[in-house]
Ligand binder design. Structure first.
Ligand code: 5AD
Ligand code: SF4
Length: 443
């Protein structure tokens, strides 16, 4: 039996896809191993959303074969978002130590691609980077092993064409799975003991299938017995019709948490990014969400240093972050990506030192806001789903998440993974809450 070692870079969709790959290969008689040194085949599931993710993968490829202590030959495959890129690189440099390449829509063909690996030279290498309008892997059960939260990709691809983003080129057009198929998988996961599912998509709330929308899907999923919590990621602010907001606010199983990527707080930059909303429209949406659901946790993504972003325009982003008070934020330096509209139209002209200044300023601001938000929870009792041992401090503690997706840490006691507990919050830092268990919920 050939052994496969699989390493994943990038977003949650990639982690999910790696589980699809494990399932496909497992069925074809491959064994998945945690030990790179034992593996006959090393697969890297790659990300190209920012340049630093790209760079990491390049470095890694060159040290896989060198890392072999016994000198045995290892077969190397590149999967995921960098696959198309690598095809070009390989054709230019046939000595790149890669044996085959499979794009995000080609994983069912992996056994065949691996089986055909032979010899050297670009011509003998295997490629399949074709993007599909239909592939949703709705007939593959990913081999998830978390035991507490399960992911389900309900849609794939993206049609938004934000000008900075490479995803439409690496993952292709938007397509959704049927509600019945999603619900069937949720039922199966519930039977396996999962209590939480996270619906996944590059643009999850633009889910649509023959007239059924995302609000309908959330309600349907919530009807599955045994599932107590439903989350979703990542949505786009343009796809929050009233009905969806109502479902989020009123359906008790839908967690009161939304990741709402702002990207920029300045109207001119938002337009250059093709985000299709203005600062005011974003703030109005936040106000509407908070009216319906006052305690909702909001997180966001921000890009600083987009081409031509001036200091004043950056300050608009600062102002929106202060006004909204996100619970957490992922802040990125703009990174020019191949093929994107921004690369073709706008030179990457904000100097790196300015990008660094801006990211430091926003990270400091967000840290203060997150701390202040977390302090406001002191004394409250939160419902926590136990996830795992708290790795940072000690094995005597567990960590779980509250409804708003914040990490809550508490003494291990007699509790176990997958249990719902009531925890009184006693301590707060910008990143975590700590507390003591006051009750065990019978869910
Ligand atoms: N440069 C920097 N950040 C980017 N993101 C996407 N593309 C780029 C890019 N070219 C960020 C966005 C997105 C998150 C997943 O990654 O903020 O929401
Ligand atoms: Fe990276 Fe985007 Fe691909 Fe995810 S979809 S792996 S974030 S490029």
């Amino acid at each position: 039996m050939k052994k496969v070692f699989l390493e994943t870079y990038g977003c949650q969709m990639n982690v999910y896809d790696s589980d699809i790959v494990k399932s496909v290969l497992g069925k074809s008689g491959y064994e998945i191993t945690d030990s790179e040194n034992e593996a006959d085949i090393v697969l890297l599931n790659t990300c190209s959303v920012r340049e630093n993710a790209n760079r990491k993968v390049y470095n890694r490829i060159h040290n896989i074969q060198q890392g072999r202590t016994d000198g045995s030959k290892v077969t190397i495959g590149i999967l995921g978002c960098m696959a198309t890129n690598f095809r070009k690189q390989l054709l230019e440099n046939p000595n790149l130590p890669i044996d085959f390449i499979a794009g995000p829509d080609s994983y069912k063909r992996l056994p065949q691609l691996i089986g055909e690996v032979n010899g050297n030279g670009a011509e003998s290498k295997n490629f399949d980077v074709t993007l599909s309008e239909f592939e949703t892997y709705s007939d593959v059960y990913p081999s998830q092993s978390d035991g507490v939260n399960a992911w389900i990709a309900v849609m794939r691809g993206c049609d938004n064409f934000c000008t900075f983003c490479v995803v439409p080129y690496t993952r292709g057009r938007e397509r959704s799975r049927s509600p019945e198929n999603v619900v069937e998988e949720v039922r199966r996961l519930s039977d396996l003991g999962y209590r939480q599912v996270t619906l996944l998509g590059q643009n999850v709330n633009s889910y649509h299938y023959e007239g059924y929308d995302f609000a309908y899907l959330l309600d349907k999923v919530s009807e599955v017995e045994g599932i107590e919590r439903i989350r979703f990621t990542s949505p786009h602010p343009k796809d929050f019709p009233k009905l969806l907001l109502k479902v989020i606010a009123e359906n008790p199983k839908v967690c009161k948490q939304i990741h709402l990527p702002l990207q920029s707080g300045n109207d001119r930059i938002l337009e250059m990014m093709n985000r299709t909303y203005t600062q005011k429209e974003f703030l109005d949406l936040v106000a509407e969400i908070r009216t319906l659901c006052p305690n909702i946790a909001l997180s966001t993504d921000i890009i600083i240093g987009f081409p031509t972003e001036s200091n004043e325009e950056f300050e608009d982003t600062v102002a929106v972050m202060e006004k909204v008070g996100f619970d957490s934020a992922f802040i990125f330096k703009y990174s020019e990506r191949p093929q994107t509209i921004a690369k073709r139209q706008f030179p990457d002209d904000v100097p790196n030192e300015i990008k660094t200044e801006r990211i430091v300023k926003l990270n400091d601001l967000q840290k203060r806001i997150s701390y202040w938000k977390n302090l406001a929870h002191m004394g409250e009792i939160h419902e926590v789903l136990v996830e795992q041992e708290s790795t940072k401090k000690s094995v005597d503690e567990y960590q779980g998440r509250n409804d708003g997706n914040k990490l809550v840490i508490f003494a291990k006691g007699e509790y176990h993974k997958g249990q719902f507990l009531k925890v009184r919050i006693r301590e707060a830092t910008p990143n975590v809450l700590r507390g003591e268990v006051v009750d065990v919920l019978q869910k």
